[in-house]
Write a protein that binds this ligand. Structure first.
Ligand SMILES: NC(=O)CC[C@H](N)C(=O)O
Length: 225
């Protein structure tokens, strides 16, 4: 069965092509490329990816304008129906701004742009995105962001921790994120936002394949369903 994925491009997205390549490698078929101004998405999708970059220049607040793009209403509807939605970096910022994930991404604690490989601990191996990892595995994935400092109030943090919704945690302090949270799931487990870029870690020639496991997990979860 073919895996029908869509990659959304906002004005300023710059990781959409890498995301499409990562999905095609895992699925064997290229994803649909969707412009943010398209208000409709195909009915039968198996995966939606919001890539990294600088939507609308991130001038107002990272992800704030993109969260109000026409396509986001369709993304929210599909998320509600259980379609897997992955937001990476700017995509994570868009998902929090759209209210599809809790919390917010603030300016990095040291006010700097952090661009390097980081080590992550895989906290949740139950989700469709993370089932292929070993529990508590340390993986290497690159980050490149200015606004990756995850913030939520204590009650929210306790709730998402208690529900096992922290997918990934930084092993070293990276950007000031509360409880070193690098990736968060929604309550239903079908929406994942993460600051590190798994689509940049899908080839041994360019920094390893720890990110490929995420895309392969999603493809396998559909095949097993
Ligand atoms: N690579 C990215 O997606 C960057 C995201 C965001 N604009 C930031 O700098 O925080």
């Amino acid at each position: 069965m073919s895996f029908r994925a869509a990659v959304i491009t906002f004005p300023g997205s710059n990781c959409d092509r890498d995301m499409a390549v990562a999905l095609e490698r895992a699925a064997g078929t290229p994803p649909l490329r969707v412009w943010h101004a398209d208000a409709a998405l195909p009915d039968r999708l198996d995966f939606i990816a919001l890539p990294g970059g600088f939507s609308y220049g991130d001038y107002l607040r990272s992800g704030a304008m993109a969260a109000n793009s026409p396509v986001m209403r369709a993304v929210a509807k599909q998320a509600e129906r259980g379609v897997p939605v992955l937001g990476v970096c700017n995509g994570f910022q868009v998902l929090t701004e759209a209210g599809l994930l809790p919390g917010a991404l603030l300016r990095n604690a040291k006010q700097n742009f952090v661009c390097r490989d980081v080590q992550l601990k895989v906290e949740n191996t139950q989700s469709l995105f993370t089932a292929g990892y070993d529990k508590d595995a340390a993986i290497t994935i690159p980050v490149a962001h200015h606004d990756g400092n995850y913030f939520a109030n204590e009650e929210t943090l306790d709730r998402i921790e208690g529900d096992g919704r922290v997918a990934f945690r930084y092993l070293d302090a990276t950007n000031g994120s509360q409880r070193d949270i690098a990736g968060v799931l929604n309550a239903a487990g079908n929406v994942l936002g993460m600051m590190p870029h798994p689509e940049r870690a899908v080839d041994t020639a360019t920094g390893g394949t720890d990110g490929a496991i995420l895309f392969e997990s999603a493809v396998k979860s559909l095949a097993d369903a």
